[in-house]
Design a binder for this molecule. Structure first.
Ligand code: RUB
Length: 312
């Protein structure tokens, strides 16, 4: 049986109460640990089946952030032991290690990325990325004074979270509507975004609007930096699988009443888009920064085959 806490975590991810690729990964690892610790399995087989069911429940929440299946893989592939007690211990240890690594990776990539920012620089952001925020935080900790032009990021306005985080860090923040981005690019030194997935060819999947921002930034000669820990690398793309782009409910885009007044129209709400490697200057990970075309080497080194242990 899926523990109620696992169901709650899954519901929070689906409703975006819990959101952002790294935060989702952390939440699912913690949920698997809860399933292991508090599940009611009577024997090893039931324990393993319960873990797989819990993992599938978590997997089915949102399709794009690869950190989610990467977290499930890391925890489930470390499940071992001949008794329920041993299995339980292995899952809890593995989930704890995953969450600690995630935390360390974020601090490390922040320090690495901070090296790109100079005192007095202005950064443009899109959406809210904890990896990107780690870069800003590390730069501020280095004593750099920074400004930010923060895109509000329709339809869910995650830019408001970014604005609050950066203001708390002491960054001088200007919030702009998405359509004003091009107008402000002349005044910024870097575009800094996160990623939900990075494909083997170096394409970056992130909040819809990232690819248009990257095209505009290229046009203005502004470097585009993607802060993305290695859990964002999608090993399934090594064999040519495309990253699925989540389509969310149209009510996020338009009020149902207004829509009815307008008449017979279609509404589309893709949550993410794909920025090709030629529009990305650097991908900053905890293992260093890479030109997008070379992440494939790191992907091969860190991930084997993209198995799906929750399906066995
Ligand atoms: C969040 C989003 C973020 C990435 C990276 O989209 O696109 O840029 O997930 O975030 P949503 P992080 O709000 O739809 O989840 O760096 O925190 O992993």
């Amino acid at each position: 049986m899926v523990h109620p806490e696992v169901a709650r975590v899954a519901d929070d991810i689906a409703s975006m109460e819990t959101r952002g690729a790294a935060t989702i990964a952390d939440a699912v690892a913690d949920a698997l640990a809860t399933q292991a610790r508090e599940g009611d399995a009577a024997d090893p087989e039931a324990f393993r089946a319960g873990m797989r069911t819990a993992a599938r429940r978590l997997y089915d929440t949102r399709p794009t952030a690869v950190s989610l299946p990467n977290a499930l893989r890391y925890v489930l592939n470390g499940m071992e032991g001949g008794s329920v007690e041993a299995l339980r211990r292995s899952v809890v240890e593995r989930a704890t290690a995953f969450r600690e690594d995630l935390d360390r990776a974020q601090s490390r990539l922040g320090e690495i990325g901070a090296g790109r920012l100079r005192d007095g620089d202005t950064v443009m952001t899109h959406c809210h990325s904890t990896d990107a925020m780690a870069v800003m935080e590390a730069a501020v900790a280095d004593g750099k004074s920074l400004s930010a032009v923060v895109k509000e990021t329709r339809p869910r306005n995650q830019g408001h979270i970014t604005a609050e985080v950066l203001a708390d860090l002491g960054v001088d923040v200007t919030l702009v509507v998405d359509n004003a981005a091009h107008r402000y690019l002349d005044e910024v030194d870097h575009v800094l975004v996160g990623a939900d997935a990075v494909a083997a060819d170096g394409s970056v999947v992130n909040k819809v609007g990232t690819s248009g921002l990257a095209v505009s930034a290229r046009d203005r000669g502004v470097p585009i930096v993607v802060a993305a820990g290695t859990i964002k690398l999608d090993p399934a793309t090594l064999t040519g699988r495309a990253v699925e782009i989540e389509q969310r409910d149209e009510s996020e885009v338009i009020d149902p009443e207004t829509r009815a007044d307008i008449g017979d129209i279609a509404v589309a709400n893709p949550a993410f888009d794909v920025t090709p490697p030629r529009h990305v200057d650097a991908i900053v990970t905890e293992r260093g920064q890479f030109p997008p075309e070379s992440v494939v080497t790191l992907m091969r080194e860190l991930y084997g085959e993209a198995d799906e242990p929750w399906r066995e």
